[in-house]
Unconditional design. Structure first.
Length: 181
């Protein structure tokens, strides 16, 4: 099971493999960050990390005395202590594209395809452009709600909008992948 990111090259070659991204896990299997493949291979050769999942299809990285499979996920062998820093929180500023991506282009009122974003507390009443006040909405629902709250419009939110947590999503994929093996 592989998870390719949008920034990865479509077809791996000897010229572009270093541009692929590799997920780095802490010794406890917590997702830490993504690094370029060149750095990941250096960590593997150095003995600082081990490969957890390799790229599919197999792509060999060859040196004079070493051949490694291009990793997709590596795990550090020693635990790294990090302060938990929240970069994005529910009250931080959000963008239209970010909200649509977070909600998977699904309307928060009827679950149909959405191309617009609705302010739950309308801007005319001081509603901010924050993650917890914006939700994807289809044009009919957005028009029906207008400048009212969902309660005033008789509409119900299907989920509570929150700031996205990409690392938590990656961590869930990792646990599922490890459970399947």
């Amino acid at each position: 099971m592989t998870f390719h990111r949008a920034t990865d090259p479509v077809v791996l070659t000897v010229d572009n493999w270093i541009h692929t991204r590799v997920l780095v896990l802490n010794a406890s299997y917590e997702a830490l960050t993504e690094i370029n493949a060149e750095r990941a291979v250096a960590l593997l050769v150095d003995g600082t990390a081990e490969s957890i999942a390799n790229r599919d299809p197999h792509f060999p990285i060859r040196a004079e005395h070493v051949e490694l499979a291009l990793p997709e996920t590596i795990r550090l062998l020693r635990y790294v202590y990090l302060d938990h820093v929240t970069r994005v929180h529910d009250g931080s500023r959000a963008t239209l594209a970010g909200v649509l991506r977070r909600d998977n282009h699904r309307c928060g009122y009827c679950a149909s395809w959405a191309r617009t974003v609705d302010h739950i507390r309308p801007r005319s009443r001081g509603g901010p452009n924050t993650w917890n006040n914006l939700i994807a909405a289809c044009a009919p629902c957005n028009s029906a709600k207008a400048d009212r709250t969902p309660e005033e419009a008789g509409m119900r939110l299907l989920w509570e909008p929150k700031a996205p947590n990409d690392m938590a999503k990656r961590q869930q994929r990792i646990w599922k992948q490890l459970a399947a093996t």
